[in-house]
Design a protein around this ligand. Structure first.
Ligand SMILES: [Zn+2]
Length: 192
């Protein structure tokens, strides 16, 4: 069993001490137009790498899950560069933020199946053309749009159709993937 990270798949025993929900960078769409906000990419990378190295050397953290929603500043190339330079295992996720704040107009007009196809592509093929595969699904739903709340029910048979094992499919049913990464048995959907 392997875990996908920004720098490729790793074995479970390479995970080490793992933080399950940390953000390298997050911003709502539109922030890039704010004239009062400055973002120096090179400077940001340098500082992020410094802090991650510190986290690794002083606190023994080897890995973390970076559950940045798709439209909240998720930048696979940026995160991969930081992961590479800091030698930190960072797990990328797929998934939108909850409906009111993170589901773009375009995707509100798509069907549940089409949203699921996007997630599946990011899990199995990669994010855009970066080659970075998501290693987990960010689940955030407020129940505002009924089709979106049904996504994860419909998702399970779709994943099984594509050959994912029961254990891999179980991982998407949990808001805390720690047990999944640890390879522990997981309760079924109706037990959660
Ligand atoms: Zn978060």
């Amino acid at each position: 069993m392997q875990v996908q990270t920004f720098t490729g798949p790793i074995a479970l025993d390479q995970l080490g001490r793992t933080l399950m929900h940390e953000h390298l960078f997050i911003a709502f769409p539109g922030a890039e137009f704010d004239p009062t906000a400055t973002f120096d990419r090179a400077e940001f990378i340098t500082e992020a790498v410094r802090r991650l190295r510190q986290l690794r050397t002083e606190h023994g953290v080897r890995s973390f899950v970076g559950p940045c929603p798709i439209r909240l500043g998720r930048d696979a190339a940026l995160m991969r560069e930081i992961a590479e330079k800091s030698e930190m295992n960072v797990v990328c996720t797929t998934g939108f933020y909850f409906e009111e704040m993170g589901l773009p107009i375009y995707w509100r007009a798509r069907t549940v199946t089409e949203i699921a196809e996007l997630y599946i592509r990011e899990l199995t093929h990669g994010i855009g053309t970066t080659g970075v595969k998501a290693g987990a699904i960010k689940v955030a739903t407020g129940g505002w749009l009924p089709p979106y709340t049904h996504l994860f029910t419909n998702f399970v048979p779709m994943l099984k159709d594509r050959g994912l094992s029961d254990h891999e499919v179980d991982a998407i049913r949990h808001d805390n993937p720690r047990r999944f990464f640890a390879g522990e048995p997981l309760p079924r959907m109706n037990e959660v």
